[in-house]
Design a protein around this ligand. Structure first.
Ligand code: MG
Length: 284
């Protein structure tokens, strides 16, 4: 039986609270990115993220995730996924080395409203393939965000992401894998809500995008194929072929007159204007 979940629509004052959560997320991701250097442990990044949460009186939506339905509770506030790890890497004593590809996924809750975003960094200088992978993932995220206009459909976002990835692959001679086992999602009073936002699909399909919807758009790409394996810790997801992966994510609000990227310090203004997409007047 299909489960039909209602999509939560937010008022402007609620979107402003989500912006506060989004800014906490953006600050923590930037702090972790700046701290990244050879020898730092993934657990050190978790400590940095915990400090940012505490400084803002925010709470974690990652910590203990899964406990509510009897799954192994997630034990950290951030996911740090290195090289062939795609998502949900658990921080710990592992130290990163020059050339490692490090995806950092982080969320925060302010007054009950959630933010969720991810960035992929390289420790030191990237090789050409890793740089292309990360840039293709980042561009695909922005292509998906730019397609999330009021009046369009979820399938338009998915198709834009898929098209962007194919274009980046053709331009650089890569055949990126698009991870299909994990998708973007609605977000608001919980981190994962309806609707799912796949990173591939057909334009014109799926739920209609309406003002007040907030989405986490998060393509995950690999340098190989898309098949995934979950490790025995119940969380860490790796590529089945050990190819490297990248993950970019932002939380975006759909409003009547434009978009507001809640987890970017500038609200997404620079990227949206470059793509010719209107920025919400809520961001002024
Ligand atoms: Mg997410």
């Amino acid at each position: 039986m299909a489960l039909i979940e209602r999509i939560e629509l937010k008022r402007p004052d609620q979107i402003r609270l989500m912006r506060r959560a989004g800014l906490v997320v953006a600050e923590a991701l930037a702090a972790m990115g700046e701290a990244l250097r050879p020898g730092i442990s993934t657990g050190d990044l978790d400590e940095i993220a915990r400090d940012v949460l505490a400084a803002h009186g925010a709470t974690s939506n990652f910590l203990n995730y899964g406990a509510d339905w009897g799954f192994t509770p997630y034990p950290a506030v951030v996911c740090v996924s290195v090289n062939e790890e795609i998502v949900h890497g658990i921080p710990g004593s592992r130290t990163v080395q020059a050339g490692d590809v490090v995806s950092v996924d982080f969320g925060a809750v302010v007054e009950g409203w959630h933010g969720d975003a991810a960035r992929t960094f390289v420790v030191g200088d990237p090789n050409a393939d890793d740089a292309a992978l990360i840039e293709a993932t980042r561009r695909a995220m922005w292509a998906g965000i730019a397609a999330a206009h009021h009046g369009k459909r979820i399938g338009d976002v998915s198709a834009a992401i898929e098209r962007s990835i194919a274009g980046s692959g053709r331009a650089g001679g890569h055949d990126f894998g698009i991870v299909r086992d994990y998708t973007g999602h609605g977000i608001g009073t919980a981190m994962h809500m309806a609707p799912d936002v796949p990173n591939y699909g057909r334009a014109g399909r799926g739920a209609k995008l309406t003002a007040g919807m907030c989405l986490a758009i998060e393509p995950m790409l690999t340098l190989g194929r898309e098949r995934t394996v979950t490790l025995d810790d119940d969380w860490t997801v790796v590529t089945a072929d050990s190819s490297r992966a990248a993950h970019w994510e932002n939380t975006v609000a759909v409003t009547p007159d434009g978009l507001w990227v809640l987890t970017e310090p500038d609200g997404g203004r620079a990227e949206l204007e470059a793509l010719g997409v209107p920025v919400s007047s809520l961001a002024d």
